[in-house]
Ligand binder design. Structure first.
Ligand code: ATR
Length: 284
């Protein structure tokens, strides 16, 4: 540690499987450079065939200052943590761990990162907490975003999902949340000001797929897709064609990382140029 309480050589990592193609090292290495902190961000793949307990024991012996956890271990890591932040507890999944004074503290930066990304691009969304929001999908990603929306004071939320049972389960988070089918979401689309697509539909190699048609979209609406491969998904293409505003998925990736980096180092990297760089990287 130096005089400001900063570590002299940060060690971060990503735990998950498969993660060889993860963009997290790329992002965090740029954060380290930009904040002029010395350190590294490595990849630790844990094959699901291996013992998770053994892998955790090894991690406990390491000198990591913090790590991210991704699929399939976001829930599995929880019993090994000394403390869990309230939002991560509500979501039931952890994607960031701070290792401090021999203790592991768990956080979930996905949803909050998503909100930061969205409000950064469309700050006016913060002015109307009563706007009608349509959440497409009811999986793990939807859950993180839903809790972040509620945390920010948005409650006029409708969840549409292929499996209605899963949508109803998620809707238990707040009395005001409504549930509709994907077909009903399509026909009633004009009443929503913000549409957030949280499923994997439209992701490479199925880039022509679209979870719903946007024929009835309100031109004033913002359509946000968390899929970032391709960057311009079929859904966003259609939204653009109808004159709606669009929000790309790669920014969630960037801002959840920024949140994690802040938890680890208390430094907040500037995102302006990184956003453009990541876009270029993704466009190949
Ligand atoms: P994640 O953690 O990435 O959110 P997940 O928990 O498996 O992944 O959730 C995937 C979401 O995508 C779910 O909402 C799923 O709908 P179901 O709950 O009905 O399965 C949705 N999804 C995946 N493929 C879909 C498809 N072809 N059409 C509609 N929805 C789909």
């Amino acid at each position: 540690m130096n005089k400001e309480g900063l570590c002299l050589n940060y060690e971060f990592a990503l735990i998950g499987y498969p993660i060889k193609h993860s963009l997290s090292p790329w992002i965090h290495e740029r954060f380290l450079q930009q904040t002029e902190l010395a350190g590294s961000y490595s990849i630790i793949e844990i094959d699901p065939e291996e013992s998770f307990q053994k892998a955790v024991d090894k991690l406990k012996q390491s000198s990591l200052n913090g790590f991210n956890i991704t699929v399939p271990y976001k829930e599995k890591i929880m019993p090994y943590l000394d403390e869990i932040d309230d939002q991560a507890k509500q979501i039931g999944a952890v994607n960031t761990v701070l290792c401090k004074d021999g203790k592991w503290v768990g956080y979930n930066t996905d949803g909050m990162g998503y909100m930061r990304a969205l409000l950064n691009k469309y700050p006016e969304i913060a002015n109307n907490k009563e706007q009608a929001i349509l959440l497409l999908g009811a999986g793990g990603a939807a859950k993180g975003i839903l809790y972040a929306l509620l945390h920010h004071g948005y409650e006029n939320i409708t969840i549409a999902n292929r499996s209605l049972e899963r949508a109803h389960e998620l809707a238990r988070a707040n009395d005001r949340i409504k549930v509709v089918s994907l077909e009903e979401a399509e026909t009633g689309l004009a009443s929503f000001q913000l549409v957030i697509q949280t499923s994997s539909v439209g992701m490479k190699p199925y880039e022509t797929e679209q979870i719903i048609s946007l024929e009835k979209i309100n031109q004033e609406a913002v359509v946000s897709d968390i899929v970032y491969q391709p960057l311009l998904t079929s859904l966003l293409k259609e939204a653009k064609a109808y004159g709606a505003k669009i929000h790309f998925g790669h920014s969630m990736l960037l801002y959840q990382a920024q949140y994690a980096f802040e938890i680890w180092t208390k430094k907040k990297p500037d995102m302006t140029s990184l956003d453009k760089q990541l876009k270029l990287e993704l466009e190949g």
